[in-house]
Design a protein around this ligand. Structure first.
Ligand SMILES: [Zn+2]
Length: 308
């Protein structure tokens, strides 16, 4: 049985404030036809702006990933995109009445809960995957990402921060909906108090609070509840990577190795993949490796870190 595309069974709503704009927004995610992909509609603009969640429409990667089409844009899409592709949603329309996806708790988990609440609708069209045939590497300063051939999708990410609460962290895991939900989706975005103050002075991070991000001073984590995972920082980098790579428009079969990844280099990788069509091909799969029992979530699948 061929793997088929999925949309949601019914519409779901989310509301909240944007991390950077501080704008209060409401969005409605509604089922969409097969082969239509994931698209945003800025319903507050006249005429409304239709913006595909696609690498070609990325217009900014400075602090978050922003897609735009003409005068309409939607920013900080990466956590929502990670939730959608991580859980296996191929087609969806997202109506939004403001410029930025709500920050929720700074992770993808609130979106995962909403997706599960709505349920999946299996569509009559085969899902196509991007199968990587030749390794592709992108670099920017001391950062790099390589994607190489692999029969599933797995990620090795490493980060290095000159901060005692983060330091060097590594996370290496297969990515399936179960593993995504349990080990990746709850990891929150993070920021440094000094940096957040500087951003706020410049009109950014206006919606950023201790309720939607891990905030660090010079020596420690300021959030009262502490961390959700001992290596929550690198897990969030994996979450961002899953969200950003989803802008290729199809799930990927490949192994991603990322060192000091971020939105800019993730999007550089997307562009490099699209620029090298001979390095990959579109395939359909007979069995969904992501749903096979051998890929049920076990801590052994996750080689680094522990759940707290
Ligand atoms: Zn993020």
């Amino acid at each position: 049985m061929t793997c088929l595309q999925q949309t949601l069974k019914r519409s779901i709503k989310a509301a909240g404030i944007g991390l950077h704009t501080g704008a209060r927004v409401t969005m409605r995610m509604r089922p969409a036809p097969a082969d239509s992909g994931i698209r945003f509609v800025r319903t507050d603009l006249d005429p409304v702006a239709l913006i595909p969640a696609s690498a070609e429409y990325v217009i900014d990667t400075a602090l978050a990933t922003t897609v735009g089409n003409g005068s309409g844009s939607v920013s900080t899409i990466e956590h929502l995109m990670a939730a959608l592709v991580g859980m296996g949603v191929d087609n969806l329309i997202i109506d939004i009445d403001g410029p930025e996806i709500p920050a929720m708790d700074g992770s993808a988990y609130p979106f995962v809960s909403l997706i599960k609440e709505a349920g999946f609708y299996i569509q009559g069209a085969p899902r196509r995957y991007i199968e990587i045939l030749d390794p592709i590497t992108v670099r920017s300063g001391d950062k790099y990402i390589t994607i190489s051939p692999c029969s599933d999708f797995n990620v090795l990410a490493e980060i290095a921060f000159d901060h005692p609460s983060i330091a060097r962290q590594k996370f290496d895991s297969l990515v399936t909906p179960n593993i995504f939900e349990r080990h990746i989706s709850r990891a929150r975005t993070f920021g440094f108090l000094k940096e957040i103050e500087r951003l706020k002075e410049n009109g950014l991070a206006l919606g950023g609070t201790i309720d939607n991000a891990i905030v660090l001073d010079e020596v420690s984590v300021l959030n009262q509840g502490g961390l959700r995972f001992s290596d929550e920082f690198v897990r969030h980098k994996v979450l961002d990577l899953i969200g950003d790579i989803s802008l290729l428009g199809m799930p990927v079969l490949g192994r991603v190795c990322s060192f000091k990844g971020g939105h800019a280099i993730h999007n550089l990788l997307n562009r490099e993949i699209l620029n090298r069509p001979y390095a990959w091909r579109k395939v359909e799969l007979d069995t969904d490796w992501r749903m096979m029992p051998s890929f049920s979530p076990k801590m052994e699948d996750v080689s680094a870190g522990t759940s707290l």
